[in-house]
Design a protein around this ligand. Structure first.
Ligand code: GLU
Length: 484
């Protein structure tokens, strides 16, 4: 077989989201597993729906996540593959449309949208379910066509769906799917403005680019028979089709920007402090799974293990909890240096001013949370303790009341802390220990009162570290405040 060539073909009507990333990623893994090419082509035939900045943003986010095209508008391949943006190929599509008209495989249609509406109404009135074009212009003679054009009538070009035929997709995911001609009306391939429709342009591009496998979402499956008939009409071979099942949210609905518990756009994950490797890993497991139990897999491992026979036949649920868990696994695996550089970008400096903090202090503080947080932004849930003058919560006050012997303990602890000449974690640990012995308390009765008095909070990482980070003055001040 020829070199595998797969493509991701976004319309620049929006930004990169979980759904289209999954399509791109599966195409990418598929191509790379077989040492093939991965192509990104822009399908911008629907000019009115194009969104400013969408193309740049798509590439930027693909690149971030590690889905790197071998060919695209930025690095086109051999000239024979044609342009990588449909708006630059309108003349090519028009040429093929006219060829099909000459061969009577397509025809010019002069029906206006009002005509079509009227036809549909008439048919519906007769009880016919009107979903198809009624073929009114399909048998106009050349003279009639010329006549209408000379009268200045607008036309579009429709593909003539062959009668009494059927098309069988041998889909990698779904197996055989059969479509019958009687269910498919003659469809538009070139609009009145001379611009090709998606179903027409896509076939010409897939042929020009020598695409071997078409991987896309299942919402495209009903387009596939139309594309197959165009391949047939032009005498070209079909690529192999692979329609991925839906991604649904935790309510079972198709994942969208309205899905409550899940973020939808890649950009949102980036801003929240998810790692690209973790996202690649998680999205690769949406509707596909490798052999074995292992779930934390690098891009290289995933490409290596890729198997097109392991696509899921049922919808896959986007699971935010799992996404976070996978991300936390990647965060734990980072080197401390990388973690510190990464995490500092996410500190909300309008709330937590780190500009005058000593590097060693800052790094020690941030390291306390490396194993705890699931994504970058979560660091901000832990910083109040060290930056803001927090007030003791009612829960903490209540806790204190229930803890035995804390008044004695705190007096002992306070004077020992006051007397410390060296401010280091080992000394602080020693102070906590000896305070416990002298006050005759241990366990929760030892640690909780000290934590609450020293930090004004019942939550936080390792106690001696917290005390060291707060510094002697702050700790003594806090004790005074809590004593009231
Ligand atoms: N431009 C289409 C879309 O955005 C891609 C369809 C295809 O892959 O054939 O969904």
């Amino acid at each position: 077989m020829n070199k595998y060539r797969l493509r991701y073909a976004p319309s620049p009507t929006g930004f990169l989201h979980i759904g289209n990333t999954r399509t791109a990623l599966m195409s990418y893994m598929f191509a790379k597993h077989y040492n093939g090419d991965f192509i990104v082509r822009i399908e911008d035939t629907d000019m009115a729906r194009n969104v400013e900045g969408a193309i740049e943003s798509q590439f930027d986010n693909l690149n971030w996540i590690g889905i790197i095209p071998d060919e695209s508008i930025y690095n086109p391949g051999n000239e024979k593959y044609g342009k990588y943006m449909q708006s630059q190929k309108f003349d090519v599509y028009a040429k093929y449309a006219n060829k099909l008209v000459n061969e009577k495989k397509a025809y010019k249609c002069f029906c206006t949208s009002e005509d079509l509406e009227k036809d549909y109404e008439e048919q519906t009135a007769k009880g016919i379910v009107a979903t198809k074009y009624n073929g009114k212009c399909s048998n106009l003679s050349d003279q009639e066509v010329d006549q209408l054009i000379s009268e200045g009538k607008e036309f579009l070009i429709r593909f003539r769906v062959p009668e009494n035929e059927s098309w069988t997709i041998n889909d990698i995911v779904r197996g055989e799917v059969v479509f019958d001609a009687k269910d498919l009306g003659d469809f538009v391939i070139l609009k009145t403005n001379g611009i090709a429709t998606y179903n027409f342009a896509v076939v010409i591009d897939d042929y020009d680019m020598e695409i071997t496998h078409v991987v896309r979402g299942e919402e495209h499956i009903s387009n596939t028979p139309r594309q197959m008939m165009i391949f047939d009409a032009l005498g070209w071979e079909y690529p192999i089709f692979c329609h991925l099942t839906l991604i649904v949210d935790d309510t079972g609905k198709k994942l969208s920007k309205r899905s409550g518990n899940s973020l939808f756009f890649i950009e949102q994950y980036r801003k929240q402090g998810y790692l690209p490797e973790a996202m690649f890993n998680y999205i690769a497991l949406l509707g596909w799974s490798p052999k074995g139990e292992k779930e934390i897999l690098s891009k290289e491992e995933l490409i290596d293990m890729f198997d097109e026979n392991r696509f899921s036949k049922s919808p896959s649920t986007f699971d935010m909890v799992k996404m976070k868990w996978i991300n936390s696994q990647y965060m734990k695996k980072m080197s401390d240096e990388d973690y510190l550089v990464f995490i500092k970008q996410f500190i909300d400096q309008t709330k937590y001013d780190i500009s005058n903090k000593e590097t060693n202090w800052l790094n020690t503080m941030l390291m306390l949370f490396k194993k705890e947080i699931e994504f970058g932004n979560q660091i901000n849930d832990h910083l109040d303790l060290f930056f803001n003058d927090i007030t003791l919560t009612e829960e903490s006050q209540q806790q204190l009341k229930e803890l035995e012997g804390h008044i004695d303990l705190i007096n002992i602890f306070e004077s020992k802390i006051n007397g410390l000449s060296d401010w280091n974690v080992d000394q602080i640990k020693e102070v906590i220990k000896t305070s416990g012995i002298e006050a005759d308390v241990k366990g929760k009765n030892l640690f909780m009162p000290i934590r609450i008095y020293a930090s004004k909070s019942e939550h936080g990482p390792s106690l001696a570290d917290v005390i060291w980070l707060l510094g002697k003055n702050q700790v003594l001040k806090n004790i005074q405040t809590v004593k009231g």
